[in-house]
Design a protein around this ligand. Structure first.
Ligand code: RFL
Ligand code: PHB
Length: 399
């Protein structure tokens, strides 16, 4: 098929990774087109992340989409762990020498990026069917898709696979060229969004005998809660009433007294998974964000990792075009993976620490309690949690 278009970077996927990459490339004067399988409203309807590291917020600011985030985002200087009925505060600000996180919904951030893209008149194809990536091992990659009944093709220099964990980019790599690391957990999170004031000003991670719970928020009037549920749980078994009742059971007295319930705006179940592929670059194809790695959401790291991949990919592409050097492209995978594995470790560790793990039996429960007891009563232990939660620093040197 002859090309209909030509661009420098073809981006597959208009989630936060693809949209942010598009914005940063535009700022650097590099051409890109985004191909997205779903409709715009579908992408905006996915309720996901809520916690941004400082590095992510800075990158959004740098991309020119920080205004609403700075106005509406909630700065959090700490969070709480509720363990065996007792609350322990992790003073993020105090323990890290001044770092904080920002609570700002992924939906809002996605909307900001979409609006900035529209305002700049940049090309995005929504509802692109049968997207396929081709010839990325050679010098002339291209992407094909079908839209409004017509087959289309764009030739490019690079393909950025920003198409999430079930995308086409990773699936197009030869099996022998990629290694997968995976752990599937025996439970999922049931999430509920409601227009009710949050139960607390800060996020609470709850380790109760009945299972883990998380009390988060999107604003001062909108709450986001999660309950650990068995993988066999079906959404139809969870009426709003049952959800609130179970959450109440997992909270402490103070939480129960402040809990305001209301109809769910959204409810969904997410299985928990740790997943990484190596490498993340295959010739002229770069995997970015969830396309290359998944973390269990306990550490709030998924979106933040996607943002740092985008940062490294942008730097590498700028180096390629402005300095005619492929050093950054060659280092992309190793640079990203170092940060990814550290976030994978933290997310896995915090998941094990905060969720009752039935398969580990009574001794597992005792050891978990002892570990929490040690960590929460040691300043070094609390600092370990805090410095990982706010995000480890970006590194730009050799890896
Ligand atoms: P996305 O957001 O999945 O976007 C991928 C896009 O690619 C499109 N696509 C395709 N397009 C064209 N052709 C194809 N063949 C395609 N296949 C897929 C999809 O339609 C989609 O629009 O990946 P991206 O951009 O890498 O962003 C990653 C984040 O969405 C994800 O890591 C976070 O949501 C994870 N996460 C959290 N991360 C945080 O940093 N902090 C949090 O507090 C946090 N909480 C969460 C989370 C994820 C959750 N779920 C539901 C998995 C809480 C939950 C419950
Ligand atoms: C959320 O607000 O959706 C959220 C917060 C913290 C997490 C995961 C999700 O660890």
């Amino acid at each position: 098929m002859a090309p209909d278009h030509r661009t420098q970077v073809a981006i597959v996927g208009a989630g936060p990774a693809g949209l942010l990459l598009g914005q940063l490339l535009h700022k650097a004067g590099i051409d890109a087109v985004i191909l997205e399988r779903h409709a715009r409203e579908h992408v905006l309807g996915r309720i996901r992340a809520g916690v941004l590291e400082q590095t992510t917020a800075d990158l959004l600011e740098h991309a020119g989409v920080g205004a609403r985030m700075r106005r509406d985002g909630l700065v959090h200087t700490g969070f709480e762990l509720l363990v065996q009925g007792r609350r322990h505060r992790i003073d993020l600000h105090g323990l890290t020498g001044g770092s904080t996180v920002l609570v700002y919904g992924q939906t809002e951030l996605t909307r900001d990026l979409m609006e900035a893209r529209d305002a700049a008149g940049l090309p995005t194809v929504y509802e692109a069917e049968h997207v396929a990536v081709h010839s990325f091992e050679g010098a002339h990659p291209y992407v094909t898709w079908r839209h409004s009944g017509r087959d289309q093709r764009v030739d490019c220099d690079f393909i950025a696979g920003c198409d999430g964990s079930h995308g086409v980019s990773r699936a197009s790599v030869a099996r022998g060229a990629i290694r997968e690391y995976e752990r599937v957990y025996s439970f999922g999170w049931l999430g509920l969004l409601a227009d009710t004031p949050p139960v607390s000003d800060e996020i609470i991670y709850v380790n109760s005998e009945r299972g883990f719970a998380l009390c988060s928020m999107r604003s001062r009037t909108r709450s986001r809660y999660y309950l650990q549920v068995p993988l066999t749980a079906a959404l139809s078994q969870w009426s709003d009433e049952r959800f609130w009742e179970e959450l109440r059971e997992r909270l402490d007295e103070r939480g129960r007294a402040r809990l305001v319930t209301g109809p769910a705006l959204e409810k969904s179940i997410t299985p928990l998974r740790s997943f990484v592929v190596e490498p993340l670059r295959f010739g002229r194809l770069l995997l970015v964000g969830d396309a290359g790695h998944i973390v269990p959401p306990t550490g709030a790291k998924g979106l933040n990792l996607a943002a740092t991949d985008v940062r490294y990919a942008t730097d590498a592409l700028i180096e390629h075009y402005a300095e005619r050097s492929d050093a950054g492209i060659d280092r992309y995978s190793a640079r990203c993976l170092r940060r990814i594995w550290r976030a994978e470790r933290f997310s896995w560790w915090l998941t094990r620490l905060t969720h009752p793990l039935a398969e580990e039996g009574p001794i597992g429960a005792k050891l978990q309690q002892a570990e929490l007891d040690y960590l929460l009563h040691s300043e070094a232990g609390r600092r370990t949690i805090a410095e990982n939660y706010v995000g480890l620093p970006l590194e730009f040197g050799e890896v």
